[in-house]
Design a protein around this ligand. Structure first.
Ligand code: SF4
Ligand code: SF4
Length: 134
């Protein structure tokens, strides 16, 4: 698979751009409903994709090699699904040819994400959610 083909699997849900916090005792990582300051919450697109790693320290490149470590990815994530032997979800744009289908299916961060620009870091624990955004 080429890099372009790998990147094309992303459905654009924006759920991996949620700020995570780690339990210092257990090491468990939790998603919050707070999104990276670079995420454009209406579109769930990165506001500076080419410079994301220098601008957003929390941003991680998802690769076939580190996918297994990212257990905080949502169950809907195309990479996680394919790795688990599942097919792409019915609303995936590669099947529907519709980039908005992920939003219309209610899957994306568009519906609840609050940019970290508006949150003090000390408040993050108040925004913990499950990996599927509940
Ligand atoms: S969670 Fe998966 S499918 Fe959704 S934006 Fe992130 S990498 Fe793409
Ligand atoms: S820098 Fe962009 S791709 Fe990385 S977490 Fe933030 S919004 Fe997502």
């Amino acid at each position: 698979m080429t890099l372009d083909e790998w990147e094309a699997l992303c459905d654009g849900c924006g759920l991996c751009c949620l700020v995570k916090i780690e339990d210092e005792d257990s090491g468990e990582v939790y998603n919050t409903s707070v999104s990276c300051f670079l995420l454009e919450t209406a579109s769930c697109r990165c506001g500076d994709y080419n410079s994301r790693f220098s601008k957003a320290p929390m941003c991680t490149r998802l690769t076939p090699d580190n996918l297994a470590e990212m257990d905080w990815l949502p169950e809907s994530c195309a990479y996680k699904r394919l790795k688990s032997g599942l097919t792409l979800p019915a609303w995936h744009y590669l099947l529907t040819n519709d980039r908005d289908a992920v939003h219309e299916a209610g899957i994306s961060a568009r519906w609840f994400a609050l940019s970290e620009e508006f949150i003090h870091p000390d408040q993050l624990a108040d925004f913990v959610i499950t990996p599927d955004g509940e």
